[in-house]
Design a protein around this ligand. Structure first.
Ligand code: KMT
Ligand code: NI
Length: 172
């Protein structure tokens, strides 16, 4: 894992967009973003039972796996959105970027690779993309039934209860 400020330059979302300025894990934690590294599945199982993640599945995002819809999928993952539940991803292979909004509404890019596990809190604005290698395999963990509806950012969403709870816990 390496987190850094996104450079906001034009160009493919899959490029590193690396400003060269790092963001450390404690700053991520202030945004409610938690990071772990697990070389063995036992660690993930322990975390899952501690935090009540009862369900899991695996996803592979690649042109080989997704075929013609790959490019559209990658674009859709990159629309800024939130969820009304935590987003938990354990990277099994390949790599990708999760971008999260900072307190000042700037993008922090979090580069993840094999064995990295990230937890994004409910209500945080974020987006995802593969990198130039176009390949990631990840385990998705869920508390209950997946509530995976991405709610795209809009002014109306400021009134969403999960967004309000996030703002009051982490941004005020
Ligand atoms: C998401 O929520 O954007 C995804 O699940 C993308 C693939 S998981 C690395
Ligand atoms: Ni999401």
């Amino acid at each position: 894992m390496r987190a850094y400020w996104y450079d906001n330059k034009e160009g493919d979302q899959r490029l590193p967009h690396d400003s060269g300025k790092d963001v450390d894990a404690s700053e991520l934690e202030k945004l409610g973003v938690l990071y772990f590294k697990f070389g063995e599945l036992e660690g993930v199982d322990a975390l899952a039972s501690q935090r009540g993640y009862k369900n899991r599945d695996e996803i592979t995002v690649s042109p080989e796996k997704m075929g013609d819809v790959y490019e559209d999928k990658v674009k859709s993952f990159f629309h800024e959105h939130l969820h009304e539940d935590e987003e938990i991803r354990y990277i099994r292979d390949g790599q990708g970027y999760f971008d999260v909004r900072s307190r000042d509404d700037a993008w922090v890019r979090i580069a993840l690779q094999k064995d990295d596990l990230i937890i994004l809190p409910a209500g945080i604005y974020h987006r995802f993309t593969t990198d130039e290698k176009n390949y990631i395999q990840a385990m998705r963990l869920f508390k209950e039934e997946p509530k995976w509806t991405p709610l795209n950012r809009s002014n109306d969403l400021d009134a969403n209860d999960y967004r309000k709870a996030y703002v009051s816990e982490f941004l005020q």
